[in-house]
Design a protein around this ligand. Sequence first.
Ligand SMILES: NC(=O)C1=CN([C@@H]2O[C@H](COP(=O)(O)OP(=O)(O)OC[C@H]3O[C@@H](n4cnc5c(N)ncnc54)[C@H](O)[C@@H]3O)[C@@H](O)[C@H]2O)C=CC1
Ligand SMILES: O=C(CO)COP(=O)(O)O
Length: 388
Amino acid sequence: MSLVHKEPCGISKVLVFGAGNFGSCLADHLADSSHDVVVWSRSPEIVQHLNESHRNPEFLQDHVFPDSLKAVGPEFPSTELIRQMDVLLFAIPTEGVRENLKLLTPKLDESNLPLLIFVNKGIEIGTHALTLDIIADTCGPKIAKVATFISGPSFAKEIVRRQPTSVSVASLSDEAAQKASDLFHQPWFRCYTGGDPIGVELAGALKNVYAIAAGVADGLNFENNTRAMLITRGLAEMTRIGTAYGASPLTFLTLAGVGDLFLTCSSPTSRNYTVGHRLGKGEKLDHILDTLGSVAEGVWTTKGLKKIIDDLGVTAPIATAVYEVLYEVDYRQTGGRKSEVIAFAAANQGAGSAVSGETSPEANEKVGIGCLTIRMPRLKMSIFSLAA
Ligand SMILES: NC(=O)C1=CN([C@@H]2O[C@H](COP(=O)(O)OP(=O)(O)OC[C@H]3O[C@@H](n4cnc5c(N)ncnc54)[C@H](O)[C@@H]3O)[C@@H](O)[C@H]2O)C=CC1
Ligand SMILES: O=C(CO)COP(=O)(O)O
């Protein structure tokens, strides 16, 4: 396969917020596609290294970034710099989006708005808000209507190695989605546009929760059947939640949905999967997060998701079990691996699949909990099957 660059059809000035794994990776991709790219980081060390040695000392350390890529920080970018930009690309975790948009909004020229793109995959903890809501709250509905979301199976470390990759791009504005797609498009990086930003956002946020579940199962030495069950029933669960939230069920069959779910549930490259895997091996959550070195958004998203599930009254046993594993089982009191761990709840969900219409035999029974218990040598694990 020949991966030659496409001819640039217009150079854009792009400011990337966040020089972590994904911000650095996308800045690299766009600078390498001949765009004029500046990346902002809160870390003076990262700014200095990117400008002087073209390396990021904390993330993607093996990668040499293009000479043309400039870094600024640690102060928030100036109004002057922001107003020169055609594109503002946010690549920071969801918990940081609100505070940065509050700083950004007064600096924007409303009569000449840049394209605003968001790649974070999460739900705000305190408010349970999606990024679209955070944008509407902080920047106003006019900007929310043109905000664009990119999500899909896209590990940063593979994109910098130019592995063929495809993502979903969604906005309430078709024009904005198309512009974002054109900006990123290369023979090895293809964008599929759509008009369901809520579905794309939810899919990206929720798959992290199921990646934790898959990691737990693998960490407990369950095998391929179990992972396939979790991915498939996880997709059904994501789709139910998304549909109840107002998203299109079809969005969960796109790259942002099943594509990213499959990727992150099956690879130790995923930080969310890794958190689950280490939990399954008996490590404590605090220790895992202290030593992970990068963000695993699913850990926070699970909290917001639990509230959303409860508010919507949706049956979501896998996400509920992940919440219990992360926040309700106290490993310290029960002795780590020896504790009783409710790891996941995939088998025989009564509500069936919103995608295929599949139902389990118990689908019509008003049973509370049917419980299959698997005994491991040093661990008792319960797979709850909740009937709707
Ligand atoms: N790494 C990946 O392969 C992909 C990541 N994402 C998403 O992109 C987002 C960022 O992820 P990564 O870059 O991988 O995380 P990371 O942990 O590698 O880097 C996060 C960066 O954001 C900065 N940051 C954190 N809070 C901030 C705040 N309040 N203000 C300003 N900067 C802040 C950190 O200093 C760090 O540089 C996440 O939502 C993640 O789910 C999406 C697709 C792929
Ligand atoms: O979203 C990702 C790839 O698409 C990255 O997943 P993790 O955040 O779990 O590493």
